[in-house]
Design a binder for this molecule. Structure first.
Ligand SMILES: Cc1ncc(COP(=O)(O)O)c(C=O)c1O
Length: 405
């Protein structure tokens, strides 16, 4: 057998297989385990019949184009549909030329990281934040600095203090602030209106870009949550906005988008060209049709009450069964609850194999959502995928695990 390791790039050498991923991968074979691990939508929301019709129509009507190579930044009609969708849902206008259709928003994160980061550059994120964004920034050589969150999102006064106390040299390495302002992953909290304003002021004062990741603002359960994107408030062109159909249509279609500005869009587009030429033309067309025919609106209107009911049930079960030395977020939307266990020595990562084998319940340990090695005592718990019965039973099992360990 060849030893392939000498061929690996520094990046490949640096990337370590996540033990947790491997543990969670075996879940597929364990039907008796209740999994709160994935970040996945409830498949009963997939509009299968409508998608059958759309897929057929797309091939019949646009087949020559829809099955062909297409422009790197995305099919014009699709970018048009996305712009209209953004205006209807988010209230900001975008220029067609500033939209890039991506292969899910994960690839948007990767391409933007490649466009903006050199090894040693700094990205500031919420702490905890979305683990695969953290991974994309690290792959590009980024160093991460975390800012704690509370029920109102990133503590912007802490962010300001971090930037203020940096040396000039260190500060010059900070390229952008990454934020999921609405119904954040993993905690489900949202940035308050005051903090949004403050964040934009800070970006302006320290001359930084903001990368706004917005997969969840379509699925907010509470009145009074400010869903205005930072992009709509941005007067200086500092916000790069990304979103996706993954949680409001189907993640398997792999369609997301970037809305940027001017030269920066051109540069991101160039970088994308050498990553994947373009995102799948066929699913781009399907997405545009799903927007135009109101299919996405329908999914959203079914997702909100369904996920709200699941969140409510999970929070109720947690209130009933979790011991008093736990704290958990009260998500205003999205798919997750984030929990901390304040008991000496509790390590959610180390306990995961036991959780699966003995207690028959799975979650994602919270350590990997933190950028500073904290969070061993935390876990992300998904409420969108499981049935009501599984939510009640799974939370009981999780509570027993916490109490017994
Ligand atoms: C905050 C955030 N950003 C990006 C993604 C990636 O989504 P996708 O690549 O499916 O669009 C996710 C998926 O869970 C997410 O939670």
């Amino acid at each position: 057998m060849l030893d392939y390791s000498k061929y690996y790039s520094n990046l490949a050498k640096r990337i370590k297989a996540s033990e947790i991923r491997e543990i969670l991968a075996i879940l597929k074979t364990k039907r008796d385990v209740i999994s709160f691990a994935g970040g996945i939508p409830d498949p009963t929301l997939f509009p299968k019949q409508e998608l059958v019709e759309i897929a057929r129509d797309v091939i019949e009507q646009y087949g020559d184009d829809a099955l062909q190579y297409s422009e790197t930044k995305g099919v014009r009609e699709v970018r048009e549909a996305v712009c209209k969708f953004m205006y209807a849902k988010k209230g900001f206008k975008c220029d067609l030329e500033d939209v890039i259709i991506t292969t899910g928003s994960q690839s948007a994160l990767d391409i933007i990281a490649r466009t903006l980061l050199d090894p040693g550059d700094v990205v500031i994120t919420e702490n905890p934040s979305y683990l695969a964004a953290i991974g994309a920034f690290k792959n590009a050589g980024g160093r991460l600095i975390g800012v704690d969150i509370d029920d109102f999102g990133m503590k912007t006064h802490v962010l300001e203090e971090i930037l203020r106390s940096m040396s000039e040299v260190e500060r010059s390495k900070v390229k952008f602030i990454y934020t999921i302002p609405v119904a954040q992953n993993p905690a489900g909290v949202s940035l308050s209106s005051e903090r949004k304003k403050h964040l934009l002021e800070i970006a302006s004062k320290y001359d930084l870009l903001i990368l706004e990741d917005d997969p969840y603002s379509y699925i907010v359960f509470e009145e009074g949550v400010d869903k205005t994107p930072l992009k709509a408030l941005d007067r200086e062109g500092r916000v790069i906005y990304i979103s996706t159909i993954s949680k409001i249509l189907a993640p398997g279609l792999r369609i997301g988008w970037i809305i940027s500005l001017n030269d920066l869009t051109r540069k991101i587009e160039l970088v994308k060209q050498y990553v994947d030429l373009h995102s799948p033309t066929f699913t781009q067309y399907i997405t545009a049709e799903a927007i135009k025919r109101g299919v996405i609106d329908k999914v959203i209107s079914r997702a909100i009450p369904l996920y709200k009911a699941k969140r409510d049930l999970m929070l109720k079960a947690m209130k009933e069964h979790f011991p008093e030395y736990t704290w958990y977020s009260k998500p205003v939307g999205g798919l997750f609850i984030f929990a901390y266990v304040y008991k000496e020595g509790f390590d959610a990562g180390k306990l995961l194999p036991l959780a699966i084998e003995k207690y028959k319940v799975a979650y994602v340990p919270g350590g990997s959502f933190h950028v500073d090695g904290r969070g061993a005592n935390s876990m992300r718990i998904n409420f969108s995928y499981s049935t009501y019965e599984q939510i009640i039973e799974g939370i009981k099992r999780l509570a027993t695990l916490i109490k017994e360990n």
